[in-house]
Write a protein that binds this ligand. Structure first.
Ligand code: ATP
Length: 233
């Protein structure tokens, strides 16, 4: 098992943004995390990445308790992530962004950086400043940066948000081509993308776990339909 969340919770004052959530991920698993707005999906990703501290529960990564481990250390241990708003250095080129993300000395391993960019469809943009890339290209770049850290777990926060339909198709192809050994936790509202990508789907509603199952089970789950209708299952 690569990731084990036990009774994970996060409160903001009286609000339980995440409440007693237990989740297990196997190596290489493709898991989607869905649920209506405010369900707690980004909160869960931030807790796993270490950007937020839980109010309750434990996080184990590769059988190591990382509940109190810093985000930088978790990244070094193999947790990569992308954000709802791509976090890139706008004045650096795409290639420099990948090199910085890989924490390699300047000038070394350039072929590696170029291969990373090619793998996300940015081969021709290596010398372009990130600030000049389109929104979709910045998302591709952030994916290359996350992969440069050679993660065993990749956290993707709404990668299809703000993309035009052809860009979503490209994203689906990139996700399908991710290294098979990398486990992925994908937060996404675009259900066609989710159902095409995931082998299992977890549904949150109002901070609580309401369902985990295969794509087929999720499609016919009454709990999922109720959660999306805004009704407590
Ligand atoms: P969306 O799909 O809209 O991105 P989400 O499922 O990712 O939603 P979260 O962003 O995790 O949901 O938010 C869960 C709940 O926690 C929401 O009610 C949100 O308003 C609340 N929340 C999130 N961050 C904070 C904060 N810093 N302070 C107070 N409440 C917060």
């Amino acid at each position: 098992m690569i990731l084990r969340l036990e009774g994970l919770g996060r409160r903001y004052g009286d609000l339980a943004a995440l409440d007693d959530v237990t989740l297990r991920l196997e190596p290489g698993e493709r898991r989607a995390l869905i649920g209506p707005n405010g369900a707690g999906k980004t909160t869960l990703l931030n807790l796993v990445a270490g950007a937020l501290r839980p109010s309750a529960g434990r996080i184990h990564f590769h059988d190591r308790d990382v509940t109190r481990t810093s985000p930088a250390r978790r990244a070094r241990l193999g947790i990569g992530r992308t954000h709802q708003h791509p976090a890139v250095w706008p004045t650096l080129t795409a290639q420099e962004n990948v090199l910085v993300a890989a924490r390699r000395p300047w000038g070394r391993l350039r072929p590696g950086a170029r291969e990373r960019l090619a793998a996300v469809g940015l081969a021709d943009q290596a010398g372009t400043r990130a600030g000049s890339l389109s929104h979709g290209q910045r998302r591709q770049l952030e994916l290359a940066m996350a992969l440069a850290g050679e993660p065993t777990l990749l956290l993707l926060d709404e990668p299809a948000a703000g993309l035009a339909p052809p860009e979503v198709e490209l994203l689906a192809a990139l996700l399908a081509d991710l290294p098979p050994g990398v486990a992925v936790l994908l937060v996404e509202h675009h259900l066609d993308l989710v159902y095409g990508f995931a082998d299992h789907v977890t549904v949150l509603h109002s901070g609580r776990h309401v369902h985990t199952g295969t794509v087929a089970e999720t499609r016919r789950s009454p709990e999922v339909a109720a959660a999306y209708a805004g009704v407590t299952p």
